[in-house]
Design a protein around this ligand. Sequence first.
Ligand code: HEM
Length: 445
Amino acid sequence: MTLPNGPKTPWMLRVFKLIFHPLEYMEDNARQYGDIFKVGGEKSPPFVYISNPQAIKEIFSADPDLFESGRGNAILRYFLGDNSLVLLDGAKHQRQRRLLMPPFYSDRIRDYSQLICDITKEVTGRWQVGNPFTVRLFMQEITLRVILQAVFGLDEGERFQQLRYLLSKLMDMFNSPVSSTLLFFPSLRQDWGEMSPWGRFLRLRDRIKQLIYDEIRERREVGDLSRNDILTLLLSARDETGDSMTDDELHDELMTLLVAGHETTASALTWALYWIHHLPDVQEKLRYELESLGDNPAPTDIAQLPYLTAICQETMRIYPVAPSTFVRVLKAPMELMGYHFETGTSLLPSIYLIHHREDLYPEPKSFKPERFLQRQYSAYEYLPFGGGNRRCIGSGLAMLEMKLVLATIVSQFQMALTNNRPVKPIRRGLTIAPPPNLQMVVKSE
Ligand code: HEM
C-alpha cells in the first residue's frame, strides 16, 4: 500500500471546513478513514493527518533533517519575520534554538513565579462583585504582561504600554473564523491602506516592529548586562563560532516569543476557568486541594499540586490550543506504518485527534482531570506542546503560569459563568480558542 485513503472533497470546500469547522473536519475524516488519512495530493504532494501513537513516535524520533517545518509555517513570516525560530530549519534552526532555550529551563522560569502571582492579583484586582467581565481580555493581559516582563524586563513606561496595546490589537484581528480567512487565502492579503484588513495588519505590525527595534538599539547603547531578562541574555549570547545575533534576528525572535508566549497561554487559561466553573465537582476538588496548602502558599508548592496539574493537562487535552503540530514536510521519501510517502508530503501529527482517541482517553468528550492521576501518558499519546526537535520551548513556562494564575484566582474569588451552557471552541487565527466573549462574574471575594 503506498498511500492512505482520504476524502476527495474539492479544495475550496476543504479549506472552508478547515477554517470554520476544523475539529469536526478532522474527526469526520478520522472516523471514515482511520488514524492516518490523506488530504489533497491531486496536483501537489498530499497532507497526511496522523493520530496513531506509533507513527507519531517514529516522526518525533526520526532524524530532524528528514523534515522541513519552516516552509509550512510561511504565513507566520508576516507576523514574526524571516529569522523566526518557527520559520527556520536544519542547522540554523538548531543554532537559534540553542540560543533561545536557556531562559526557559526550569530553574530559570521559577524566577518568574512571584511575578506571575503579583501580575494576576493586580489585573484581577479590577474585578468587581456582580459586574460581568470578558474572561479572555483579562487572561490576555496577564499573559502578555508576564511575557513582556520575561522578554524585556519591562512592566511600565510609554514603550511598554504601547507594545501591550498594539500586540493585543494585532492578535485580536484574527479572533474569529471570518477574520482568520486572511491567513488562508493569499489573494485576500492586499495592502489597500488603512481601510483594508491586510493594510491595517501591516501597519500595526510595523509600529510594533519599530518599538522593538528602538528597545534593542537602546539596550545596545546602554550595554547593561546585569539585567536578567531574555533580551539581555540574547544580546550577550554567542554561537559556537563566536557570532552574536543581529538586530533583525533579535527582533524576529523577540516577536516570536511575544506572540507564541501569550496568545496560547491566554486561551488555555480561559478554557481552564470555564471548566472549573462549568463543573462544580471539579471546582470543589480544586478548592479542597488549594486549602490543604494553608494561607500564602509558596509558588513551588502550588506548582506541585496533583489535581491542579491534572486540570491543566485535561484542559489542553480536550481542546488543545494548537489542533496539530507544525507540519513536517518530507525532504526525502519515508516509510511509515506500511505506507510510502514521497518527498514533499506534509505529515501533520493531529494533537486534537490523538487526544480524542477512545482507547487512550475513555469518554474523550468528557472533562475528567482524574485520568491524568490514574495513568501516565507517553509523549506520543499526550502532546499539547508538540514534540521532537520542534517541541514548544515555552511549555514549562506555560504550565507554571497556568497553575499559578488559576490558584491565585480560585483562592481569592468565588465566581460563576454568566451563562452555564456548554461552550464550543472556535478558530482564532491558526489556533483553536474559547469564544472571545465568554463572560464570568465575581459572586464574592
Ligand atoms: C499553553 C500554551 C502553549 C501551547 C499550547 C503551545 C503549543 C506549541 C506547539 C504545539 C508548538 C509546535 C510544536 C511542534 O510542531 O512539535 C509550539 C512551538 C513553539 N512554542 Fe509554544 N505553546 C505554548 C506556549 C508557549 C510559550 C509560553 C512560549 C514562549 C515564551 C512558546 C514558544 C514556542 C516556540 C518558540 C515554538 C517553536 C519551536 C521550534 O520551532 O523549534 N510557546 N508551541
